[in-house]
Design a protein around this ligand. Sequence first.
Ligand SMILES: Nc1ncnc2c1ncn2[C@@H]1O[C@H](COP(=O)(O)OP(=O)(O)OP(=O)(O)O)[C@@H](O)[C@H]1O
Ligand SMILES: [Mg+2]
Length: 298
Amino acid sequence: MRREDPEIKGRPVTQGAAPVTATATQDEAVLQISDLSVTYGARVVLDQINLSIRRGELVGIIGPNGAGKSTLLRAIAGLLRPDRGTIRFARAHGGTPRASRAQAQLGYVPQRIEMDPDVPLRACDVVGLGFDGHRFGLSWPNALKRQAVDRALALVEASEFGQSLVGRLSGGQLQRILIAQALVSEPSILLLDEPLSSLDLRSADAVVSIVDRVAHQSGVSVLLVTHDMNPLLRAMDRIIYVVNGRAVIGSVDEVVRPEVLKSLYGYDVDVVRVRGRILVVGDEEYGDEANRFHHHAP
Ligand SMILES: Nc1ncnc2c1ncn2[C@@H]1O[C@H](COP(=O)(O)OP(=O)(O)OP(=O)(O)O)[C@@H](O)[C@H]1O
Ligand SMILES: [Mg+2]
């Protein structure tokens, strides 16, 4: 089976679109998820997911509320134990995905961050919290840490408010600081859960430019959950579409097609392209979730 084939529960979906990058080799995979299932009690939240993520690609994860997007990121981050299946990582410097999560180095920004507006921390202090003991050791010299914090702040274009109290930052500024915190220990995989939500178009666009650079210039594989794929279209390499705990991965052209989405949703879904935007419009009766994209259009 070609790796570019969209997969549903391990079965290739047959359709004719050409893959975006036809020459990727197995060696480029930094993350390999096989047959991953997660249940909460009796409820199956992720159902036999198969995905492979390449080095330096930007992948959008989209799907309706409750689909399992955050659960997928949390499973990759090692925050929950899968009921079955495996998640394998490549070492930071390459090779097949056989290394442990710690060797791969992950950066993770969860969907909800509680940030006390009165906390007496500057933005740069929050970025510095991203150092973890095992890689840098507690004895890592402060000067080196400061340099790494400065580099991370520069990467997310946040140097100018690095000294500001974190409680005073705007939503877009805070999001960039949290990304810098996740980047400070130089991860090979960056997991961002809804970093664009509650940002206006301009701030969302700034974050997209940042992850574009982080993936395509720094070679970090970025998995970014978003409700609206449109802000990401200019930058993302592939999309993971999650519905009801099942996932399909491929290029936007491969995945965002009525026949593929129907196989996920279980009912007819229209894909409307208008002025460079893609709207997924569900059936009136059942399609509230798919319709979110419609309602989110400005
Ligand atoms: N700790 C938990 N215990 C029990 N059920 C949970 C838990 N976390 C999530 N769920 C359920 O699992 C399903 C998937 O949740 P998840 O948070 O992964 O969805 P999501 O796709 O991220 O949704 P959203 O777009 O709203 O963030 C939901 O039905 C949710 O209620
Ligand atoms: Mg979520």
